[in-house]
Design a protein around this ligand. Structure first.
Ligand code: NAD
Ligand code: ZN
Ligand code: ZN
Length: 339
């Protein structure tokens, strides 16, 4: 079978490998249909992901059809459509015992620490597969994982109905946060520096758009919230300044959700956190958000149409990476198809 592998930083290849076989009773064999290309896959390609181990079959956003299942599997059967939850945790460390396997001490992410989904056939443990409705198009099924990132940010920020939520950045992740915040009943403000991204966010339900290149974000947020600031601010811009700004833009008793993997320190005066008693939290990957997103899709509450920019056949995988790399400003989601 064919796999897409980053052999070492800068070298992306299509390789022939032996097909995987069911070994454990809990194994599920999947014929992979679509794989999403994420910003972090591009980082792995460029050698900029500190967790990646090479050579690595890339892909943590993928969906497919079950073609065989081990003897003890009950959750899915042959012919079912599934999405794979790409994290493996130890189950016994402090984080796991706190029911937070996404930050397990021994966390392994498919496509990063271990081989991922860009392969024609993939074996996943039963606990990592989630059943999807068959009528859901593959293009939309493949968006479940990125939407779990938005769902996690909404969960970590404890977004409540009626909260004013500021999403900084209307990139792929910011959009998923905005949609999940709307689903939680919030009033959503979203900022970006690219007008077309803001217009798209508005089409997808954002209540207020703020062009940070043209408008004063602080004044605008104050104006919209009647002077109080955002009750929850989610940083999906992820640079030094965005974290600093997030603290200042947040209301008293508010929450700041930080998504950045940035290693450059931000300058934040503790008093700005203390005086408003802001809760600052990180949000990494997701915990138990797959069922939440799948359920929202099933109930027709999460419109996904138009989110995918383009789908490339697997043979053009290298071209797809190149496209994402060169068109970062206009790309929402690029998929690879194995059909
Ligand atoms: N914590 C996690 O689990 C997790 C998961 C996925 C991605 N991420 C991180 O989230 C970040 C966003 O990912 P993405 O794929 O959406 O990236 P992206 O590049 O598509 O989005 C960033 C957006 O910020 C906008 N922007 C730039 N400067 C701005 C400013 N001053 N004000 C407002 N908007 C501004 C850009 O125009 C762009 O639309 C990345 O840094 C990524 O590493 C974190
Ligand atoms: Zn991703
Ligand atoms: Zn653990």
């Amino acid at each position: 079978m064919k796999v897409g592998v980053v052999e070492k930083p800068g070298v992306l290849k299509i390789e022939e490998r032996e097909e995987p076989k069911l070994i454990q009773k809990t194994d599920v064999l999947i014929s992979v249909k679509r794989v999403g290309v994420c910003g972090s896959d591009i980082h792995i390609f460029h050698g900029k992901n500190p967790f990646a181990v090479y050579p690595r079959v890339w892909g943590h956003e993928f969906t497919g059809e079950v073609i065989a299942a081990g003897s003890s599997v009950t959750k899915v059967k042959t012919g079912d459509h599934v999405v794979v939850e790409p994290i493996i945790s130890c189950g016994s460390c402090y984080a796991c015992r706190q029911n937070r396997p996404n930050v397990c001490e021994k966390l392994q992410v498919m496509g990063v620490h271990i081989d991922g989904g860009c392969q024609e056939k993939f074996i996943a443990p039963e606990s990592n597969v989630h059943l999807l409705p068959k009528e859901l198009p593959w293009e939309e099924a493949c968006l479940v994982e990125p939407f779990t990132i938005g769902a996690q940010a909404a969960y970590r920020g404890n977004i409540q109905p009626g909260d004013f939520v500021l999403v900084m950045g209307a990139g792929t992740i910011g959009l998923t946060v905005a949609q999940m915040a709307k689903l939680a009943g919030a009033i959503v403000m979203i900022s970006d520096v690219v007008e077309s991204k803001l217009n798209y966010a508005k089409e997808r339900g954002a209540d207020y758009i703020i062009n940070a290149a043209k408008e004063n974000v602080m004044e605008k947020v104050k104006e919209i919230t009647g002077g109080t600031g955002a009750n929850v601010t989610v940083d999906a811009v992820c640079n030094k300044k965005s974290f600093e700004d997030a603290i200042l833009l947040t209301s008293t008793a508010g929450r700041v959700v930080e998504l950045s993997f940035n290693e450059i320190p931000s300058e934040i005066a503790p008093v700005n956190i203390i005086k408003k008693e802001i809760t600052v939290c990180g949000s990494r990957l997701q915990t138990h958000r797959f069922p939440v997103v799948v359920d929202a899709i099933q109930q027709g509450k999460l419109p996904l149409k138009g989110f995918v920019t383009k789908t490339y056949p697997f043979r053009d995988m290298i071209e797809a990476f190149d496209f994402v790399d060169k068109n970062n400003a206009s790309v929402r989601k690029i998929l690879i198809s194995f059909e």
